[in-house]
Design a protein around this ligand. Sequence first.
Ligand code: ADP
Ligand code: ZN
Length: 354
Amino acid sequence: MARRTVKVNVGKGYEVIIENGILKNCGSIVKNTVGKNRAAVITDSNVTKLYLDTVLESLKNVGIEYEYFVFEAGEKSKNISTLSDILEFLAEKKFVRSDTIIALGGGVTGDMAGFASAVYLRGIKFIQIPTTLLAAVDSSVGGKTAIDLSAGKNLAGAFKQPEAVICDPETLSTLPENEFANGMAETIKYGILFSEELFETFEKEPTADNLCEMIEKCVAFKGRTVENDEFDNGERKLLNLGHTIGHAIEKCSNFAITHGHAVAAGTAMIARAGEALGLTEKGTAARAEYMLKKYSLPTDSDYSVEDLTAAALSDKKRAGDKITLVVPVKIGECILKNEPVEALKKYIELGKEK
Ligand code: ADP
Ligand code: ZN
């Protein structure tokens, strides 16, 4: 299977390399990218059992010295205490500025290892090896890293671009169905945002081959968006399709509903609201719903309009009395709509399934 490479032109630029089976050769890519300096592999307790040995072996084969750090899998670990443990580990193992941190795992690992690489010695090199679909199509590209605080998710972090992203879609074969669906929600998001053609490919069963192509396309769209707006002040807001209502659903559920599932419901809701308001081409919501359901994703929320609105408006990252909503025009095209915060309730009301 051919190797697919997407160049992301942010900072000094980096490549996202996608290829089935590439994990066992990741060492040579690491070496080509950052040289033979030492590597600190950061991973979680689940991914350790599945893929750590393959990565370490590959590093060893090309003569890269390594240490590794394993934390307990799950969003619960994405906090200052684990970050502190990672930083202490790096210092104790005497990692220096020219060394590299490798994040092996899903979004949680990428976020934490990325943040650690942004602050350790005021910044050391960082390579992402995403092993969840969500991380592959979304969080591993773009340079956003963060940890959660008691007051909310992702409230402390840094923009830190990786030196490279190495994605082996074969690793996604071990993902629990629920986690795969989580990633499909963001994948479907790219189709609705940027390309009807991409959207239509989700009709096909995700085989190893078309997964490579799907990831490549999503990464290319994300890369282009991020290139135009590295620090998230404009166009990048498009990537928040389904996220305003999605975040509210996550919050109402006290995060029992996972990110992708909440975003799926948020996406269907904003499409239905858009149709009701005459902003969205008729039939768009039905197409989005059909595709989300195909991947066992929800298309509505049981929480009340009042609860969802309150949760959405308590978002700490919201600026002033305006809110920017991403609304589909049709499959493959969305717009940013700047609305007074009071308008959000109407969108949520209209977005609920009748
Ligand atoms: P995200 O959904 O943001 O990527 P995590 O990093 O927490 O979130 O990953 C989701 C879950 O999937 C975690 O429990 C993680 O250990 C597990 N996981 C990650 N990659 C794989 C994989 N390739 N196979 C099986 N489980 C995995
Ligand atoms: Zn998201």
